[in-house]
Design a protein around this ligand. Structure first.
Ligand code: UDP
Ligand code: MG
Length: 323
């Protein structure tokens, strides 16, 4: 059998930042879901993304009782996208299943994801049909964001798809080649392509604790997504510039014609102010846009690693269960 058709190993990757309360509730559910799968060697990989609430100790306790659990601790908080990247980088064999640590993505559905993978799909992504326990502001913001990014990005970013998804080995290999610092994962998943299918699910409320993504952080995340996956705003700036230049030219013609016909009577101070302020505003917007992209170029040019590892604890069962 070729590597492509092997469906015998699955690693559940969970990024956790200050989830000490949720993890003890979540792990038994993951365990039960994995135990219910036939013909699969399974692992759970927890990535501690710089927690400071005892998450690491909780994870160590879980790993001590479950030989299939590996732990990775990052040197500080690098953000969910980097934590997931760190986890996915370590999945050397088989597929990876990404899950939130707060229980919002019900582990009970892992079997359905695996079934789709066995049917030959490479990227099985969960679509949220309901967002229990989220305010209408968040829902409206999310809806607007997906509409905009869907229009702007050349590669698909399915609406309401979270990070709850299963990735086949070849998608994982492809993702490893994308080392950009500004990681908009939802976009990267779409960029690599392969066979994709949606799996609708009900997103549950958090088990415990609070969301780490405030509206401000979500806003920045949205900017990140748009600027990482589209240069449309730059083009918009060009059109804005062209439009104002054309308007200014037309205005200029009118002024010159008026002067030639009726002489120069030094009037039009309000018009001048309006024009100056308008042009100044347009220029500043365009400069800001260019700055956004330049800043990202600067970050990429530094070529820093995406994350740093503090501790890596492979699963106790890894060596014995390799073959
Ligand atoms: N998370 C992380 N690093 C961060 C922020 C969040 O690893 O800097 C993890 C968090 O522990 C959780 C997941 O990312 O497992 C989703 O976070 P959260 O539930 O706060 O986001 P929401 O579900 O509200 O979008
Ligand atoms: Mg959550």
């Amino acid at each position: 059998m070729t590597e492509r058709h092997r469906h015998d190993q699955l690693t559940v990757v969970v990024a956790a930042c200050n989830e000490a309360e949720s993890l003890p509730l979540l792990h038994p559910r993951i365990r039960a879901a994995l135990d219910g799968l036939e013909g699969l060697r399974t692992r759970v990989l927890y990535v501690d993304d710089g927690s400071h609430d005892g998450t690491w100790e909780v994870l160590c306790r879980i790993a001590a009782q479950d030989p299939e659990v590996s732990l990775l601790r990052l040197s500080r908080n690098f953000g969910k996208e980097a934590a997931l990247t760190a986890g996915l980088d370590l999945v050397e064999e088989g597929a990876a299943m990404i899950l939130d640590a707060d229980g919002q993505d019900p582990p009970e559905l892992i079997g359905q994801f695996v079934a789709r993978w066995r049917e030959g799909y490479d990227d099985v992504y969960g679509i949220r049909v309901a967002r229990d326990g989220e305010s209408w502001v968040r829902r409206a913001a999310a809806a607007a964001f997906y509409r905009i990014i869907g229009r702007l990005s050349h590669t698909p970013v399915p609406a309401d798809a979270g990070d709850y998804r299963l990735l086949s080995p070849r998608v994982l290999a492809a993702l490893r080649q994308l080392r950009e610092r500004h990681r908009f994962m939802k976009g990267l998943f779409g960029w690599v392509g392969f066979r994709r299918i949606a799996l609708p699910y009900r997103r549950a409320p958090r088990l415990a604790g609070r969301s780490k993504f405030s509206l401000w952080r979500l806003w920045n995340f949205a900017l990140e997504g748009i600027t990482s996956f589209s240069t449309a705003p730059l083009r918009l700036a060009t059109y804005l510039g062209l439009f104002t230049a054309a308007a200014a030219f037309a205005g200029g013609v009118v002024v010159v014609a008026k002067t030639l016909l009726w002489g120069d009577r030094v009037a039009g101070w309000p018009t001048m102010m309006v024009v100056i302020l308008f042009l100044g505003g347009v220029q500043l917007i365009a400069l800001g846009l260019i700055g956004e992209y330049l800043g990202r170029l600067y970050e990429e040019a530094k070529q820093r690693p995406l994350y740093l590892v503090d501790t890596w604890r492979p699963a106790a069962g890894v060596c014995s269960a390799q073959h």
